[in-house]
Design a protein around this ligand. Structure first.
Ligand code: ADP
Ligand code: MG
Length: 698
């Protein structure tokens, strides 16, 4: 026990011990996981805004985040896809900026009248009518306050409904007044701090919350200030420790030893039109070895797009079935889950195996029937995250397979595992991902998993030729597709727009579909997007797979896993907006048959240097691992190896791509801590990750 009990008490003080924090605010803070003063100290800004100056509108550049002040010149209400409010402001530089709002109420609209002086902060982008800000933060300013600016950089905190970042900043500021001295705040033993060259924790925290007026915003924005790096190191260490601990806790449980005599597996392999690759055979053997023991398997199978991970999954599922247990396969999108369901049924129903489907959209009687089967006769269950919902009870779940892991979080993985929990026994876990993860990253992002790599593609694949073409040459591209499709080839045309909304994406895809149908009247062109009913989606995919549709216009719903070997042409619109990993995934939809495949990356001019570099990488290599490494090097704004790929590991300040150089030291420090100071490891985890429920029952 250290002598700093009083400090620990201070850290553990409830937020309500601060002046001005009553029960109502405390409840709101709770939603952010903020219970104690320590939680507030370590609730770090997401980013900073520079409101210390006003930028003349004339000097704005697309991509900048800027603060401007001007008078409303004109207001217009419009409707394109959905209601819009367009407000033009003009400032002393005599330049105009358009503000666009999609969500607004009457009071807001009434307030924004010509002549009103507005202070706006937002990101500048290219619009149809020049530069614009979409949903900027704004407020009216009276003339007397014109031009007054902040003195320091403004921290922007993660917030929740009913709590503004500014208000939260106030609360955190009060908590920081009770921040203890460094010696008391530091959890890591001094020798470890020395080895890892760690500077003072207290200063780092103060700097991150309150950067001084002269702070270098560019460095802060990149997260490369030594204070941020100091904190990122500790967070990565805590993450690593927590996953290690999680693994240890899971491995304390027993799992059913799944051996089987191999008859189903042999019959299955004999029925395939191809032989497994050496890599598939090797990885399947590693999996079989894990399954045969009573320690729960925790294995990640990583294999590039098209390397044939599904076969490995099927072999594992069959091992469970041979041993009298059930296997569940969960995929991140319904489209992919459906494809697995069809494949597994085609492969396995001839062997007399009962394959059951469960997705969120399954309702009423059909759902009831599926649930009844899952509780009794089902041998393999395939579906989306609906598999984890309440009310789904397995008869004897022995193996959980999770495809395209980067779409799921750690806790989702655990939730499905809990389904199979019977007294002290847990199911084995097999996780599949196409995301090539450099080793150091894997050791942190997946520290709880063993890793196998399928490092070989099935034979007979032809490399994909990739070209990047400016959208101004769109009609040439359309012409080329016409001749390719007339010659019997099939193509994907992928529409991407920035908006996350399903509806807008669907509308954009519909518009492109209409345009292409008009330009190519002699081709059968299909359309698939996230707003279609499952049956509609399925009908389109079936028609495409059967060759009745020559070209499929799609949103990025087809990004993961979709497998139509005859499709050999891929066009990606606005390719400059996508990250490398996503483009690589999309491109992986072609090059699956023996026909020579091509991928056309259409981009909008002007192209930033970063976007150009990304497109170049794709033109030069088809190797997913190289692409991931390049990605780390470039660290483009597309943010590839961020939270998404690492299973939504929710990081406060660290960034696995940016801070990869910190990982080896963090991993070494983790090993030292676990060996010598296990109690400190617990405290570190509590500080950075909290005692969240997902670890409680592990
Ligand atoms: P991914 O690893 O991207 O999930 P899939 O499992 O979808 O890849 O396999 C891609 C395609 O390759 C499928 O059409 C599958 O049938 C085929 N395939 C898998 N293994 C082999 C193999 N050993 N030889 C030939 N084709 C294979
Ligand atoms: Mg797959």
């Amino acid at each position: 026990m250290r002598e700093s009990d009083p400090v620990e008490l201070a850290a553990a003080q409830p937020v309500t011990s601060l002046p001005g924090v009553g029960p109502a605010l405390a409840k709101t803070l709770e939603r952010l996981g903020l219970h104690t003063l320590q939680d507030l100290w370590f609730h770090l800004p997401l980013r900073y805004e520079d409101r210390t100056r006003l930028t003349p509108i004339r000097d704005l550049r697309p991509g900048d985040a800027a603060q401007v002040e001007g008078r409303v010149e004109a207001v217009e209400r419009g409707f394109r896809y959905r209601p819009q409010l367009r407000v033009a402001i003009i400032d002393d530089s005599r330049a105009t900026l358009l503000l666009r709002f999609f969500h607004f109420n009457a009071a807001q609209a009434n307030q924004l009248v010509a002549g009103t002086r507005l202070r706006c902060y937002g990101e500048v982008r290219h619009g149809a009518q020049g530069l614009e800000m979409v949903h900027p933060q704004y407020r009216r300013v009276v003339d007397a306050d014109a031009g007054a600016v902040e003195e320091r950089l403004t921290p922007v905190y993660p917030v929740t409904e009913g709590l503004s970042s500014a208000r939260l900043a106030g609360v955190i500021g009060r908590a920081l007044q009770r921040l203890p001295q460094d010696a008391d705040l530091e959890l890591l033993p001094p020798d470890l701090c020395k080895i890892c060259k760690l500077s003072g924790l207290r200063d780092a925290l103060m700097y991150a919350h309150r950067p001084p007026p002269d702070a270098d915003l560019a460095q802060l924005a990149l997260g490369l200030h030594p204070a941020q790096q100091r904190l990122a190191f500790e967070e990565l260490l805590a993450q690593h420790l927590s996953l290690k601990q999680l693994r240890a806790r899971i491995r304390e449980h027993a799992a059913p030893a799944l051996r089987g005599e191999g008859r189903l597996r042999r019959t299955f392999l004999a029925g395939l039109p191809f032989a497994p690759t050496r890599a598939q055979t090797r990885v399947a053997a590693q999996v079989a070895q894990d399954l045969a023991t009573q320690a729960p398997m925790l294995r990640l199978v990583q294999g590039d797009v098209g390397s044939g991970k599904t076969i490995v999954a099927a072999l594992a599922a069959l091992t469970a079935v041979e041993s009298g247990y059930q296997a569940a396969l969960m995929a991140p999108t319904e489209l992919l889950a459906e494809q697995h369901y069809r494949n597994f049924r085609n492969w396995l129903e001839p062997l007399g195996i009962d394959v059951v489907w469960l997705a969120g959209k399954l309702k009423g009687k059909a759902r009831g029937a599926a649930l009844a089967q899952i509780a009794t006769s089902a041998q393999i269950v395939i579906g989306t995250h609906a598999l984890m919902q309440e009310g789904v009870a397995f008869r004897a779940l022995g193996l959980v397979i999770i495809d395209e892991q980067h779409r799921f979080g750690v806790h989702q993985r655990l939730a499905l595992r809990d389904k199979g929990r019977v007294t002290d026994s847990v199911p084995h876990q097999l996780v599949l991902t196409a995301t090539p993860i450099p080793r150091t990253l894997a050791m942190t992002a997946y520290a709880d998993l063993d890793v196998s790599v399928i490092d070989e593609l099935p034979p007979g694949r032809t490399p994909i030729t990739t070209v990047a073409i400016a959208n101004s040459r769109r009609s040439d591209v359309i012409e080329r597709i016409r001749s390719a499709c007339v010659g019997g080839r099939q193509a994907y045309w992928v529409c991407t727009i920035i908006e996350e909304s399903d509806l807008l994406q669907a509308q954009a895809a519909e518009a492109v579909h209409a345009q292409l149908s008009a330009a190519l009247p002699d081709l059968a062109i299909g359309l698939v997007h996230g707003r279609l009913k499952p049956a509609q989606k399925q009908a389109v995919m079936d028609a495409f797979a059967a060759g009745q549709i020559a070209m499929l216009v799609a949103t990025t719903v087809i990004e993961v896993g979709v497998d139509v070997p005859n499709a050999s042409l891929m066009i990606v619109e606005n390719a400059e907006r996508l990250g490398l990993a996503q483009l690589h995934q999309l491109r992986g939809r072609v090059g699956r048959g023996s026909v020579e495949s091509s991928c056309v990356l259409l981009y909008q001019l002007p192209l930033s240097a970063m976007a150009r570099a990304r497109l170049d990488v794709l033109r030069e290599t088809g190797d997913g691992f190289r692409i991931a490494e390049k990605d780390l090097e470039l660290r483009g704004p597309g943010e590839i190896l961020g939270t998404r790929q690492t299973g939504q590991m929710a990081l406060r300040i660290a960034d696995l791509a940016r801070d990869a150089h910190l990982l080896p030291a963090a991993q070494r420090a983790g090993a030292t801590l676990l060996a010598r100071h296990a109690d400190l490891a617990d405290k570190l985890i509590a500080r950075w990750i909290g005692q969240s429920a997902r670890y409680a029952g592990a």
